[in-house]
Design a protein around this ligand. Structure first.
Ligand code: FAD
Ligand code: NAP
Length: 537
């Protein structure tokens, strides 16, 4: 443990997931001294922690990887359309080794505070090992989905069996063979893990509060031809992704939903359904803004799902009816709905019969008690703001970021905050973030931040700080764009609805990835419009 204060660091990066790793590499290339602090003992972020059975990406592997290095792209070979957690983690550790990133990362070390010195415009970062480091820039690559939520169920801590959270899964894996298992939660993590747990468990009870839309992934091994073709055409694949609405090379149907004939519409949904996954919500460009269009997609979806569930009463419970399709992230599954046809699987609607308590032997709902050997919590995250709120970030005049954001996060472009000069957010609120392919999104943010730092140095500035006006205008713009869509209709984690007491604000830029990148480029091109550039005092 050291308490020495270093003053020679240019940049501190918090987090060694996709964002932090690239930040370290890019800043080093720019000749800056960088230090990364990572709470975990290894790189990977999301993919280090979320090891539950069935964990995979829902953006195709060929797209969900770094684009900045043609060499990395050509050397790595994905084996499946949607890579498993372990394959993604292997990829990230391979990148870290190849680019010699570990030497810049201090593992097992959590940043607890980051405090601005207004005179020097430097930040002092303190860690849980009581190390203090000062730096000119701080980059918070702390992840939008990195603070898992444990539900406040009376008696949870008295359960006599094993409790697992999908986001803190044991590294050695879990064998549920012969066990009576209860899964609480049916978001993406639950939907991916339930079919696999069901194959092992003697009995599986799925405690579902709100059903979710889930589209079959159509996962499969990639063929040698597909890989060769993708590698030969990566430039075009990436070009399409950068110019897309969500960072993947997807192109919506050329017509709007209701302009298409019923046959064209059906064929388009069918084609997208067979391609698989979350992009079903983008089959037509207007699906997320026009309720009539959305309803067409929803009806198609409902037919598909009813067709694979044996018991109509179970189907009724599994089909969402409280939000337009796509307004919560669509889950991507392999045999999720078919799992409820198994004799060892029971669906318990805790909307109808709420969970009242947990005791040593299991879960009690308002209707009955369920004896269990293990409970799996697939209960999600305090998304977008939860992890940042755990760090004591203190800017000008002693202002705390968490206080400033108590009514909802306020940023400019999702990158900067007024009162917090030289503090950058990666994939933070106010950016498209989780609405886009997050690897490309992280690259875009780091590239923008590194360019901004380069600009400061070239022009003799000490710091860059968003103006309060720019933040206000950006937040108003984000809200206006969100209000023009169907997204605010859902009680999603996008609006903080999953965290009791959290301000209800749509926390993302919904205008599309390419549009967002254009705005960021325009801001930079105009000499960082909306930011104040500060000379050293
Ligand atoms: P993270 O990967 O979350 O990394 C943040 C790191 O910061 C963590 O390692 C954390 O330990 C560290 N950290 C946080 N606070 C501190 C602190 N105070 N001190 C030190 N270290 C700290 N997105 C997609 O685009 N496609 C997908 O298919 C996809 N699948 C997902 C599946 C799951 C199960 C989950 C949970 C998320 C998924 N996401 C997906 C979103 C995913 O979070 C991003 O794609 C991406 O991995 C985020 O990278 P990141 O570097 O921004 O953050
Ligand atoms: P989530 O979508 O927030 O789902 C959490 C689930 O837990 C919901 O079904 C929720 O029900 C339920 N829940 C929470 N507290 C509960 C309680 N007290 N009682 C009963 N049920 C409770 O979280 P997630 O599944 O971890 O996914 C979060 C995000 O991570 C995803 O949207 C996605 O962006 C990303 N992710 C992606 C993948 C992938 O496919 N690549 C996989 C996992 C995660 P309510 O809806 O009623 O609140």
């Amino acid at each position: 443990m050291s308490s020495a204060t270093e003053s020679s660091i240019d940049v501190i990066v918090v987090g060694a997931g996709f964002g932090g790793l690239y930040a370290l590499h890019k800043f080093r290339e720019q000749g800056l001294s960088v230090r990364v602090f990572e709470a975990a003992p290894e790189v990977g972020g999301t993919w280090y922690f979320n090891r539950y059975p069935g964990a995979r990406c829902d953006v195709e592997s060929l797209d969900y990887c770094y684009s900045f290095s043609p060499e990395l792209q050509q050397e790595w070979t994905w084996t499946e359309k949607y890579a498993t957690q372990s394959e993604i983690l292997d990829y990230m550790t391979w990148v870290a080794d190849k680019l010699d990133l570990r030497s810049g990362i201090t593992f097992n070390t959590r940043v607890v505070s980051s405090v601005l010195d207004e005179d020097t415009l430097r930040w002092t970062v303190t860690t849980d090992s009581e190390e203090m480091v000062t730096a000119r820039f701080v980059v918070m690559a702390t992840g939008p989905l990195s603070s898992p939520l444990t539900p406040d169920i009376p008696g949870l801590d008295t359960f006599g069996g094993d409790i697992y959270h999908t986001a803190h899964w044991p590294h050695e894996g879990v064998d549920f063979t012969g066990k009576r298992v209860g899964v609480i939660g049916t978001g993406s993590s639950g939907v991916q893990s339930i079919p696999i747990i069901a194959e092992q468990a003697a009995e599986l009870f799925v405690f579902q509060r709100t059903p979710n839309y889930s589209v079959p992934a159509g996962n499969r091994p990639l063929t040698a031809e597909e890989i060769a073709h993708a590698k030969a055409n990566y430039d075009e694949r990436r070009r399409m992704s950068w110019r897309s609405g969500g960072g993947s090379p997807h192109v919506a149907h050329p017509k709007l939903t209701m302009e298409a004939t019923p046959e064209e519409r059906h064929a388009a949904f069918e084609e997208r359904w067979h391609l698989g996954g979350v992009l079903f919500s983008k089959t037509f460009a207007d699906q997320m803004i026009n309720i009539e269009a959305n309803e067409e997609a929803r009806k198609f979806y409902e037919e598909k799902i009813r067709a694979v569930i044996d018991d109509p009463e179970v189907a009724e419970l599994l089909i969402p009816n409280d939000h337009p399709i796509g307004t919560k992230r669509i889950c991507t599954d392999t045999n999720y709905f078919q799992t409820f046809n198994r004799p060892n699987v029971s669906l318990v609607s805790v909307r109808k019969t709420p969970i009242e308590s947990i005791d040593a032997s299991g879960i009690t709902t308002s209707a009955k008690h369920y004896d269990l050997d293990a409970i799996v919590l697939a209960t999600g995250f305090d998304a977008m703001t939860g992890t940042l709120a755990k760090i004591d970030i203190v800017g000008r005049s002693g202002r705390k970021l968490a206080d400033d954001w108590s009514h909802g996060p306020r940023t400019y472009l999702g990158l900067g905050v007024d009162g917090f000069p030289n503090l950058f957010l990666v994939s933070g609120p106010g950016a498209p973030a989780v609405l886009a392919n997050m690897v490309l999104h992280a690259e875009a943010h780091i590239n923008w931040i590194c360019d901004a730092v380069g600009y400061l140095d070239q022009h003799g500035y000490a710091a860059i700080e968003a103006t309060a006006d720019a933040v206000d205008t950006w937040i108003a713009d984000c809200n206006q764009r969100a209000d023009a869509t169907l997204f605010p209709h859902a009680n999603s984690w996008y609006v903080g609805a999953n965290v009791p007491g959290k301000a209800r604000v749509f926390m993302l830029f919904i205008g599309g990835f390419a549009t967002y990148l254009d705005i960021c480029a325009e801001v930079a091109g105009a000499g960082y419009k909306g930011f104040r550039l500060l000379k050293a005092s």
